[in-house]
Design a protein around this ligand. Structure first.
Ligand SMILES: Nc1ncnc2c1ncn2[C@@H]1O[C@H](COP(=O)(O)OP(=O)(O)OP(=O)(O)O)[C@@H](O)[C@H]1O
Ligand SMILES: [Mg+2]
Length: 255
């Protein structure tokens, strides 16, 4: 049965989507069956995976509203992983679901029927702690937290860790923190190194050993609708995400 990971951080622009796409591609390269769920109305994970977010029969919106079977929303990409796309329409779900019973469980229920078909399901979350993110967390076994090692990063983390705790108490007792991923890292920056040290002090070996460097290839690849592995497989960014996939597989093997 698939492990379900939410890639989440309520702070915007920290590398969630870049991580979701490239983790999906790197794990797929290791023969893992992967489903990437785009749960952000921006639809960046869809576009960056080469999926036409506005041309699908069904998207994550229909899946959450239970108006299409989840199988109808699954798109196969050229990078050997599957995607459930998202677009602007998803913002409407926030409002439409507010009055529904079990509104926090929509994603969990939807994934139930396909969990056996994958090794990992990765959910790319929006930069907020709204009902969409709650749905992702309720559906997940664990969270992967990408973060930039800069001044306010640790403050934001406290809020996120509290949210995980609340979700655990209210809806999903099994939810854990899988790992914290340092993204867009610049080793020459002393503040980054300092925040990184703090992070390890607080979270110990929850912090992935793999560090994602700032790498222009990672920023360029989405405009070609492809993960960095297909765009420049020798780039530092591609190597780093392959190393991350290796580390994740290693942790799985130990568990
Ligand atoms: N390691 C990296 N090196 C260089 N650029 C990067 C790296 N990671 C991400 N970027 C760029 O930084 C920007 C933000 O990244 P991304 O979209 O992955 O963040 P996000 O957390 O998903 O943002 P949002 O909160 O808006 O969903 C993008 O332009 C992306 O291409
Ligand atoms: Mg994003």
């Amino acid at each position: 049965m698939a492990k379900v990971f939410s890639i989440t951080n309520q702070k915007g622009g920290v590398g969630k989507t870049t991580t979701a796409i490239n983790m999906a591609a790197s794990l797929a390269r290791m023969d893992q069956k992967i489903l990437l769920v785009d749960l952000d109305p921006q639809g960046n994970a869809s576009v960056g995976s080469g999926v036409d977010r506005d041309g699908q029969k069904a998207t994550v919106y229909e899946v959450l509203m239970h108006s299409s079977p989840i199988a109808d929303a699954i798109v196969r990409t050229e990078s050997a992983f599957d995607v459930i796309a998202s677009n602007r329409e998803l913002s409407g779900a926030l409002i439409e679901l507010v009055s529904e019973e079990h509104r926090e469980f929509r994603m969990r229920e939807a994934l139930q029927s396909i969990r056996d078909e994958y090794d990992f399901i990765l959910i790319d979350c929006p930069p907020s702690l709204d009902l969409l993110t709650v749905n992702a967390l309720v559906a997940s076994d664990a969270v992967v937290i990408p973060m930039q090692c800069e001044y306010f990063a640790l403050e934001g983390l406290t809020e996120l860790v509290n949210t995980v705790r609340k979700i655990r108490l209210a809806f999903n007792p099994d939810l854990s923190i899988e790992g914290l991923l340092r993204t867009m890292f610049d080793r020459r920056n002393s503040l980054s190194n300092e925040v990184s040290t703090q992070l390890k002090k607080h979270f110990g070996d929850k912090v992935y050993q793999t560090i994602i460097p700032r790498n222009i290839r990672l920023a360029e690849a989405p405009s070609y609708g492809t993960p960095v592995l297909n765009y420049d497989k020798r780039s530092k960014g591609a190597m780093a995400y392959l190393a991350l996939a290796g580390e994740i597989m290693g942790r799985e093997a130990i568990q």
